[in-house]
Ligand binder design. Structure first.
Ligand code: NAP
Ligand code: GLV
Length: 306
């Protein structure tokens, strides 16, 4: 079995030894222009040339959860595209979102400013009933985040494409229930895949439906958010701020207003990192299963785009 690996991050020196150890019978090499035909490709943001040249692929593995970069390419018909399915990302996402939520709800920034000024001051406790959390996307990551947030006794709303029932989550589905979902939420967490349907979904019209004092946590993709709309709604006072991990252009350009906005926290696309050993174990397991003719989880529905 021949496997090619390529990542735009040029981290093959770290991945190839792990892949070779996990797949001892396979010939695993870095893809370069002109590489011999392989059975499987393991990739992150590959160039179109890889897909044009590798005409005998039986499956393509994406070393991330989101496949939006791959969906922009001309993919070979009938070749399954398999994304990472948790692989250690869900618990990281739960940590990140709970941290951002609790930092906001418990007013830790204000306490920090006070204590740095040598002030021992109490703030009136806020009620978590007044901070319903809305999670857009109830997939592998969104469902894990919903569970973690619910464990802190926040009211939790969830929104997905298909109808769901999750313990402790008031579930909404489809565009017809989007306004009701937003109106029931004060803190909004975006964990949607980036598709034609979800691009720009965090826009002025939708964010205006959030309860007054709303707070946005975007951990999905930068292109979900209309940057100017978020800034306008914070400046108008309808929104109280945002924590943003993902941006339309990454790294976030030095001149972007998000860097210095006092009500916006920026992190460098780090909320849920691909963990190499977990990911290699998952990909190797699925690759062996596929080669045996078994069905595997995490196959992207090309029509839906995720
Ligand atoms: P997933 O399992 O595919 O879940 C996607 C969820 O979004 C599903 O619940 C789906 O609904 C819902 N959805 C999709 N399109 C929708 C639409 N048009 N309207 C309403 N709901 C819609 O994906 P995942 O593994 O949780 O990952 C989600 C995203 O997180 C990834 O695509 C990626 O962009 C992002 N991510 C970011 C980081 C980071 O470090 N910042 C790390 C990993 C992933 P159904 O359940 O009904 O299909
Ligand atoms: C990271 O953003 C991923 O999609 O895995």
């Amino acid at each position: 079995m021949r496997i090619v690996y390529f990542s735009v991050d040029r981290d093959e020196d770290k991945w190839l030894p792990g892949l070779r150890a996990a797949l001892p019978g396979a010939d695993v090499s870095l893809w370069e222009p002109g590489s011999a035909a392989a059975d499987y490709a393991i990739v992150w943001k590959p160039p179109q040339q890889l897909l044009n040249e590798q005409t005998r692929l039986k499956a393509i593995f994406n070393t991330g959860a989101g496949v939006d970069a791959l969906m922009k390419l001309n993919l070979p018909d009938g070749v399954p595209l398999i994304r990472l399915d948790d692989a250690g990302m869900a618990v990281q996402m739960a940590e990140y979102v709970c941290h951002a939520l609790i930092r906001h709800f418990r007013e830790f920034d204000a306490y920090e400013a006070d204590t740095r000024a040598g002030k021992w001051s109490y703030r009136k406790p806020l009620s978590r009933a007044d901070f319903p959390v809305g999670i857009m996307g109830l997939g592998v990551l969104g469902a894990r985040v919903a569970r973690a947030v619910a464990q802190f006794d926040f009211p939790v709303n969830g929104w997905s494409q298909s109808v769901k029932a999750l313990p402790g989550v008031q579930c909404f589905a489809g565009r017809t229930q989007l306004s009701d979902f937003l109106a029931a939420s004060r803190v909004l967490v975006c964990l949607l895949p980036l598709t034609a349907d979800t691009q720009g979904i965090l826009n002025h019209a939708h964010l205006s439906h959030l309860q007054s004092g709303g707070y946005v946590i975007n951990v999905a993709r930068g292109a979900h958010l209309v940057d100017a709309d978020l800034l306008a709604l914070i400046d108008s006072g309808h929104l109280s701020g945002a924590t943003l991990d993902v941006f339309r252009t990454e790294p976030l350009p030095a001149e972007h207003l998000f860097w210095t906005h006092p009500k916006i926290t920026v992190t460098p696309h780090t909320s849920a990192r691909t963990l190499r050993s977990e990911s290699i174990a998952q990909i190797a397991g699925k690759l062996v299963a596929l080669a045996r003719g078994d069905v595997v989880a995490g196959v992207v529905d090309r029509a839906h785009g995720y």
